[in-house]
Design a protein. Structure first.
Length: 278
Protein backbone atom coordinates (compact mmCIF):
# COMPACT_ATOMS: atom_id res chain seq x y z
CA UNK A 1 0.00 0.00 0.00
CA UNK A 2 1.32 3.43 -0.90
CA UNK A 3 1.96 5.57 2.16
CA UNK A 4 2.69 8.94 0.59
CA UNK A 5 1.05 12.04 2.01
CA UNK A 6 0.41 14.49 -0.83
CA UNK A 7 3.05 15.74 -3.27
CA UNK A 8 6.68 16.34 -2.52
CA UNK A 9 7.96 19.90 -2.66
CA UNK A 10 11.57 19.80 -3.79
CA UNK A 11 14.21 22.32 -2.62
CA UNK A 12 14.47 25.64 -4.43
CA UNK A 13 11.28 24.95 -6.39
CA UNK A 14 12.83 22.14 -8.42
CA UNK A 15 10.43 20.34 -10.74
CA UNK A 16 11.93 16.89 -10.21
CA UNK A 17 14.47 15.11 -8.01
CA UNK A 18 17.12 12.86 -9.60
CA UNK A 19 19.60 10.57 -7.88
CA UNK A 20 22.49 9.11 -9.84
CA UNK A 21 23.70 6.03 -7.98
CA UNK A 22 26.66 3.75 -8.61
CA UNK A 23 27.30 0.25 -7.26
CA UNK A 24 31.07 -0.06 -7.04
CA UNK A 25 31.29 -3.85 -7.07
CA UNK A 26 34.76 -4.22 -8.64
CA UNK A 27 36.13 -7.76 -8.21
CA UNK A 28 33.56 -8.86 -5.64
CA UNK A 29 30.81 -8.62 -8.22
CA UNK A 30 32.33 -11.91 -9.39
CA UNK A 31 33.69 -13.27 -6.11
CA UNK A 32 30.28 -13.01 -4.47
CA UNK A 33 28.96 -15.48 -7.03
CA UNK A 34 31.69 -18.04 -6.44
CA UNK A 35 35.17 -18.24 -4.88
CA UNK A 36 36.18 -20.02 -8.09
CA UNK A 37 36.63 -16.56 -9.56
CA UNK A 38 39.76 -16.10 -7.43
CA UNK A 39 41.75 -17.85 -10.19
CA UNK A 40 39.84 -16.30 -13.10
CA UNK A 41 42.01 -13.29 -13.74
CA UNK A 42 40.22 -12.05 -16.87
CA UNK A 43 36.88 -11.82 -15.08
CA UNK A 44 38.44 -10.07 -12.11
CA UNK A 45 40.14 -7.61 -14.43
CA UNK A 46 36.75 -6.60 -15.83
CA UNK A 47 35.55 -5.78 -12.33
CA UNK A 48 38.74 -3.82 -11.69
CA UNK A 49 38.08 -1.72 -14.82
CA UNK A 50 35.33 -0.06 -12.82
CA UNK A 51 37.95 1.29 -10.42
CA UNK A 52 40.69 2.19 -12.91
CA UNK A 53 38.50 3.86 -15.55
CA UNK A 54 34.85 3.89 -14.56
CA UNK A 55 35.02 5.71 -11.23
CA UNK A 56 37.39 8.46 -12.49
CA UNK A 57 35.17 9.11 -15.51
CA UNK A 58 32.10 9.29 -13.29
CA UNK A 59 33.73 11.62 -10.77
CA UNK A 60 34.91 13.93 -13.55
CA UNK A 61 31.40 14.14 -15.06
CA UNK A 62 29.74 14.77 -11.71
CA UNK A 63 32.33 17.37 -10.79
CA UNK A 64 31.94 19.15 -14.10
CA UNK A 65 28.26 19.76 -13.35
CA UNK A 66 28.42 20.09 -9.56
CA UNK A 67 26.24 16.99 -9.05
CA UNK A 68 26.24 15.06 -5.78
CA UNK A 69 25.61 11.31 -6.09
CA UNK A 70 25.52 8.10 -4.06
CA UNK A 71 28.05 5.28 -4.37
CA UNK A 72 27.21 1.91 -2.81
CA UNK A 73 30.51 0.25 -1.98
CA UNK A 74 30.96 -3.35 -0.79
CA UNK A 75 33.45 -3.80 2.03
CA UNK A 76 35.68 -5.97 -0.16
CA UNK A 77 35.95 -3.13 -2.67
CA UNK A 78 36.73 -0.64 0.11
CA UNK A 79 39.57 -2.79 1.44
CA UNK A 80 41.01 -3.50 -1.99
CA UNK A 81 40.64 0.02 -3.36
CA UNK A 82 40.63 2.47 -0.45
CA UNK A 83 41.83 5.37 -2.60
CA UNK A 84 38.68 5.12 -4.70
CA UNK A 85 36.60 5.44 -1.55
CA UNK A 86 38.65 8.43 -0.42
CA UNK A 87 38.22 10.06 -3.83
CA UNK A 88 34.45 9.55 -3.69
CA UNK A 89 34.20 11.03 -0.20
CA UNK A 90 36.52 13.94 -1.02
CA UNK A 91 34.29 14.87 -3.96
CA UNK A 92 31.29 15.24 -1.63
CA UNK A 93 29.40 12.09 -2.52
CA UNK A 94 27.57 9.67 -0.24
CA UNK A 95 29.01 6.21 0.40
CA UNK A 96 26.28 3.65 1.07
CA UNK A 97 26.45 0.12 2.45
CA UNK A 98 26.47 -2.69 -0.14
CA UNK A 99 27.41 -5.76 1.86
CA UNK A 100 30.93 -7.09 2.13
CA UNK A 101 31.57 -9.49 -0.74
CA UNK A 102 28.30 -9.02 -2.63
CA UNK A 103 26.46 -12.11 -1.37
CA UNK A 104 22.77 -12.49 -2.21
CA UNK A 105 20.90 -12.18 1.08
CA UNK A 106 18.30 -14.83 0.18
CA UNK A 107 20.99 -17.46 -0.42
CA UNK A 108 22.88 -17.23 2.86
CA UNK A 109 22.13 -17.81 6.53
CA UNK A 110 21.16 -15.13 9.02
CA UNK A 111 24.63 -15.42 10.56
CA UNK A 112 26.22 -14.84 7.15
CA UNK A 113 23.94 -11.85 6.56
CA UNK A 114 25.06 -10.36 9.87
CA UNK A 115 28.68 -10.96 8.94
CA UNK A 116 28.18 -9.25 5.58
CA UNK A 117 26.70 -6.18 7.23
CA UNK A 118 29.16 -5.89 10.10
CA UNK A 119 32.25 -6.54 7.95
CA UNK A 120 30.91 -4.03 5.43
CA UNK A 121 30.66 -1.30 8.08
CA UNK A 122 34.15 -2.08 9.38
CA UNK A 123 35.75 -2.01 5.93
CA UNK A 124 34.14 1.29 4.95
CA UNK A 125 35.33 2.84 8.20
CA UNK A 126 38.86 1.55 7.59
CA UNK A 127 38.81 3.13 4.13
CA UNK A 128 37.79 6.49 5.60
CA UNK A 129 34.10 6.64 4.71
CA UNK A 130 31.57 8.11 7.15
CA UNK A 131 29.27 5.51 8.69
CA UNK A 132 26.56 4.84 6.08
CA UNK A 133 22.90 5.58 6.74
CA UNK A 134 21.67 3.90 3.54
CA UNK A 135 21.80 0.34 2.24
CA UNK A 136 21.44 -1.36 -1.12
CA UNK A 137 21.31 -5.14 -1.25
CA UNK A 138 23.62 -7.02 -3.61
CA UNK A 139 21.41 -8.36 -6.41
CA UNK A 140 18.44 -6.41 -4.98
CA UNK A 141 17.03 -9.27 -2.96
CA UNK A 142 15.97 -8.85 0.66
CA UNK A 143 14.72 -11.01 3.54
CA UNK A 144 12.92 -10.23 6.79
CA UNK A 145 16.18 -10.97 8.58
CA UNK A 146 18.11 -8.49 6.43
CA UNK A 147 15.72 -5.70 7.30
CA UNK A 148 15.91 -6.57 11.00
CA UNK A 149 19.70 -6.34 10.83
CA UNK A 150 19.58 -2.99 9.03
CA UNK A 151 17.40 -1.46 11.74
CA UNK A 152 19.62 -2.96 14.44
CA UNK A 153 22.67 -1.30 12.87
CA UNK A 154 21.11 2.13 12.44
CA UNK A 155 20.39 2.14 8.70
CA UNK A 156 17.78 4.83 7.97
CA UNK A 157 16.79 4.01 4.39
CA UNK A 158 16.95 1.14 1.91
CA UNK A 159 17.27 1.26 -1.88
CA UNK A 160 16.66 -2.33 -3.00
CA UNK A 161 12.90 -2.74 -3.53
CA UNK A 162 10.39 -1.89 -6.25
CA UNK A 163 6.94 -1.43 -4.68
CA UNK A 164 6.40 2.11 -5.97
CA UNK A 165 8.21 4.60 -8.19
CA UNK A 166 8.11 7.17 -5.38
CA UNK A 167 9.64 7.03 -1.90
CA UNK A 168 7.52 4.80 0.34
CA UNK A 169 7.68 2.58 3.41
CA UNK A 170 8.80 -0.98 2.68
CA UNK A 171 7.28 -3.29 5.29
CA UNK A 172 8.25 -6.74 6.50
CA UNK A 173 7.09 -9.02 9.30
CA UNK A 174 8.50 -6.92 12.13
CA UNK A 175 8.68 -3.37 10.87
CA UNK A 176 9.07 -0.86 8.08
CA UNK A 177 11.80 1.31 6.61
CA UNK A 178 11.92 4.25 4.23
CA UNK A 179 12.42 2.87 0.74
CA UNK A 180 13.94 4.85 -2.14
CA UNK A 181 12.94 2.42 -4.87
CA UNK A 182 14.90 1.05 -7.79
CA UNK A 183 13.92 -0.94 -10.87
CA UNK A 184 15.63 -3.24 -13.33
CA UNK A 185 14.69 -0.97 -16.24
CA UNK A 186 16.60 1.89 -14.58
CA UNK A 187 19.76 -0.21 -14.09
CA UNK A 188 22.58 -0.55 -16.61
CA UNK A 189 23.40 -4.18 -15.72
CA UNK A 190 20.35 -5.90 -17.29
CA UNK A 191 21.18 -4.11 -20.56
CA UNK A 192 24.90 -4.80 -20.70
CA UNK A 193 25.77 -7.46 -18.15
CA UNK A 194 27.49 -10.38 -19.89
CA UNK A 195 29.66 -13.27 -18.81
CA UNK A 196 31.42 -16.17 -20.47
CA UNK A 197 29.33 -18.54 -18.33
CA UNK A 198 25.86 -17.12 -18.70
CA UNK A 199 25.89 -14.87 -21.74
CA UNK A 200 23.80 -11.73 -21.39
CA UNK A 201 22.69 -8.71 -23.34
CA UNK A 202 24.30 -6.44 -25.90
CA UNK A 203 21.71 -3.66 -25.98
CA UNK A 204 22.62 -0.67 -28.13
CA UNK A 205 23.66 2.27 -25.91
CA UNK A 206 21.06 4.51 -27.52
CA UNK A 207 18.34 2.38 -25.90
CA UNK A 208 19.57 3.37 -22.46
CA UNK A 209 19.52 7.05 -23.31
CA UNK A 210 16.05 6.80 -24.85
CA UNK A 211 14.53 4.83 -21.96
CA UNK A 212 16.14 6.82 -19.17
CA UNK A 213 15.37 10.17 -20.78
CA UNK A 214 11.74 9.06 -21.11
CA UNK A 215 11.62 8.01 -17.45
CA UNK A 216 13.13 11.35 -16.46
CA UNK A 217 10.50 13.27 -18.45
CA UNK A 218 7.69 11.27 -16.84
CA UNK A 219 9.15 11.81 -13.37
CA UNK A 220 9.41 15.49 -14.18
CA UNK A 221 5.78 15.65 -15.32
CA UNK A 222 4.71 13.94 -12.09
CA UNK A 223 7.03 15.98 -9.88
CA UNK A 224 8.58 12.89 -8.32
CA UNK A 225 11.97 11.42 -7.51
CA UNK A 226 13.79 8.95 -9.78
CA UNK A 227 16.84 6.81 -9.06
CA UNK A 228 19.16 5.60 -11.83
CA UNK A 229 21.48 2.70 -10.96
CA UNK A 230 24.84 2.12 -12.62
CA UNK A 231 27.98 0.04 -12.23
CA UNK A 232 31.34 1.70 -13.02
CA UNK A 233 32.63 -1.37 -14.89
CA UNK A 234 29.52 -1.23 -17.09
CA UNK A 235 28.61 2.42 -17.62
CA UNK A 236 32.31 3.37 -17.53
CA UNK A 237 32.90 1.89 -21.01
CA UNK A 238 33.34 4.91 -23.27
CA UNK A 239 30.52 4.25 -25.74
CA UNK A 240 28.04 3.79 -22.87
CA UNK A 241 29.46 6.63 -20.83
CA UNK A 242 28.79 8.95 -23.77
CA UNK A 243 25.05 8.25 -23.35
CA UNK A 244 25.23 8.92 -19.62
CA UNK A 245 26.91 12.22 -20.39
CA UNK A 246 24.12 13.07 -22.86
CA UNK A 247 21.46 12.24 -20.27
CA UNK A 248 23.13 14.40 -17.62
CA UNK A 249 23.48 17.28 -20.06
CA UNK A 250 19.81 16.99 -21.02
CA UNK A 251 18.74 17.22 -17.37
CA UNK A 252 21.19 19.99 -16.50
CA UNK A 253 19.91 22.04 -19.42
CA UNK A 254 16.41 22.06 -17.91
CA UNK A 255 17.82 24.07 -15.03
CA UNK A 256 15.33 23.04 -12.34
CA UNK A 257 16.44 19.54 -11.37
CA UNK A 258 17.41 18.70 -7.81
CA UNK A 259 20.34 16.31 -8.20
CA UNK A 260 20.55 14.74 -4.77
CA UNK A 261 22.35 12.07 -2.83
CA UNK A 262 19.97 9.41 -1.56
CA UNK A 263 20.61 10.36 2.06
CA UNK A 264 19.53 13.91 1.21
CA UNK A 265 16.37 12.61 -0.45
CA UNK A 266 15.65 10.41 2.57
CA UNK A 267 15.94 13.37 4.95
CA UNK A 268 13.77 15.54 2.71
CA UNK A 269 10.91 13.10 2.09
CA UNK A 270 10.64 11.55 5.54
CA UNK A 271 8.01 14.04 6.77
CA UNK A 272 5.88 13.29 3.68
CA UNK A 273 5.88 9.51 4.04
CA UNK A 274 3.51 8.06 6.63
CA UNK A 275 5.20 5.55 8.89
CA UNK A 276 8.77 6.45 7.91
CA UNK A 277 11.07 6.19 10.90
CA UNK A 278 14.75 6.67 11.64
Amino acid sequence: MTTIQGSFAWPDGAAVAVSLTFDVDAECGFLGDSPDYERRLTSLSEGRFGITRGVPRILDLLGEHGIAATFFVPGHTALGHPQAVRDIVAAGHEVGHHGFIHLRTDRVSVAEQRDEIERGFAALAEAGAPRPTGYRSPAWEMTDETFDLLVEHGIRYDSSCMGDDRPYVQRWARGGILELPVHWSLDDWPRYGWSIDHGGNTTHPDELLDAWASEYREARAEGRHVTFTMHPEVIGRAHRFARLRSLVELMVADGDVWFARLDEVADHVRPYVAGATG
